[in-house]
Design a protein around this ligand. Structure first.
Ligand SMILES: NC(=O)c1ccc[n+]([C@@H]2O[C@H](COP(=O)([O-])OP(=O)(O)OC[C@H]3O[C@@H](n4cnc5c(N)ncnc54)[C@H](O)[C@@H]3O)[C@@H](O)[C@H]2O)c1
Length: 255
């Protein structure tokens, strides 16, 4: 059974892989045998992360990319295929947030959120699928959505972020439907509250306490808890799963 979860010899690219959940998912896939391409806008941190992966005995390389800029996305995929000789798994973890009430949201921050979270996911999915279609690879694409794709976080100024992640779920289903017949699966993981740099600014405040109260399991997720889910969706263990949005939220969306 465990063989179904193996990623031995698979090439996995993780955008936003330099830190946080992306780094944790890349590490889990490394442990499962994958060769790792770490793509991030923060090249300095991506280099550090890739070097740490190599120290653990894994084949890993860092790449600079801004997922909102199509040209750099195309360059990333060309470089990864040239370096690794193929591409089997792509995880879209690059994402960000800008917090304003909807009435105060600026045009600039609206564009930033949408360009990275939604257009970036489109750019990376399309580029990944094109490579997989061309090479007739049975690939797996995993988008990182959020509980905020299903709900609007209570009393938090994150409505535009919620909208961007709802769009990520839509893109996940649209790409999944189109590419199912070609053996390319597209799924999403929707994390609840995890302790990562993205959340550092508020997780230990009264708002963080409120979020804990709204989580049936009564705690935040640890980054390493997302790894096995990524391995599951990346591997043959999920061979009949596509177009699915998997909640990883300590029960947050039950209430
Ligand atoms: N941490 C949480 O609790 C949580 C909850 C739900 C969803 N998410 C989602 O998980 C994903 C990862 O979040 P995280 O908590 O690890 O955040 P993080 O800020 O720790 O890491 C995000 C990474 O993405 C990179 N990045 C940002 N913009 C980029 C761009 N334009 N191009 C390429 N790379 C870019 C950053 O440099 C960083 O390394 C995001 O999509 C986020 O929305 C996180």
């Amino acid at each position: 059974m465990l063989q179904a979860f193996s990623l031995q010899k698979k090439v996995a690219l993780v955008t936003g892989g330099a830190q946080g959940l992306g780094e944790a998912m890349a590490a889990a896939m490394g442990e499962a045998g994958a060769r790792l391409a770490v793509g991030d806008i923060n090249m300095e941190q991506a280099e550090i992360t890739a070097a740490a992966f190599r120290e653990r005995g894994w084949d890993a390389k860092a790449y600079a990319v801004d997922v909102s800029e199509r040209e750099t996305v195309d360059q990333l995929f060309a470089a990864v295929v040239a370096d690794f000789g193929g591409l089997d798994v792509v995880v879209n973890s690059a994402g960000l947030n800008r917090r304003h009430l909807m009435k105060d949201m600026t045009a600039e921050d609206y564009d930033t959120i949408m360009n990275v979270n939604l257009k970036g996911t489109f750019n990376v999915c399309q580029a990944a699928g094109r490579v997989m279609l061309e090479r007739a690879t049975n690939g797996s694409i995993i988008n990182i959505s959020s509980i905020s794709s299903m709900i609007v976080n209570q009393r938090r100024p994150v409505g535009t972020y919620c909208s961007s992640k709802a769009g990520v779920n839509g893109l996940t289903r649209a790409f999944a439907a189109e590419w199912a017949e070609h053996g390319i699966r597209v799924n999403a993981i929707a994390p609840g509250y995890f302790t990562t740099p993205l959340n550092e600014s508020w997780i230990h405040t009264a708002q963080g306490d409120e979020a804990l109260k709204q989580t049936p399991m009564g705690r935040f997720g640890k980054p390493e808890e997302i790894g096995p889910t990524a391995v599951y969706l990346a591997s043959d263990a999920s061979s009949f799963v596509t177009g699915h949005v998997l909640m990883l939220d300590g029960g947050y969306t039950i209430w």
